[in-house]
Unconditional design. Sequence first.
Length: 184
Amino acid sequence: MKLVKYENYQVVPTDELFYVKTFRMMYNKDRSVTKEKFMETMSFIYHFADPRSSYADIFEDEQRMQAIIKEEGMNPDFKITKEIEEAIEIYKKYTTTTSQKLLDSMRKSIAKIGEFLETVDLTKIDEKTGRAVYNVAQIVQATDKIPQLAKRLIETEKIVNAEINEGGRIRGGDEQAHAFEKGF
């Protein structure tokens, strides 16, 4: 599902966005000519929920929200309302695939490996054996695996992005229907 498109030198909502009641209501609620509040909300939903977003690596919702508000120059008083929450869930439903779930798991695992490498204490001694808990060889071995993990992560991201861009698959393996294809 695409939220907006670039048309005639303007960013405008897509036709498929209006087929979803929640998004249509949000659009109609913004009575301004420029629909600035609506567009800000769509921007937030994309950055918050889309796996292709540059904020997808921030796993904590509150941290991701604050980063988006700050970096995208949004109103600092922006809050996730019940309506926005519902829109986020709908958007996630249309962009989340099995491959995406695996990619998320992969990102979280790699983040944990990164945390381990940043916080490992090479001076820590095991009380029972009197030996170092971690030795340099273990750390070197772990760092040798990082390029392979990074390559696999990039390949997986490309696969997921292609899957989302071409319409992807929805739960159950069916091809995703276009608007009105399977009825209303």
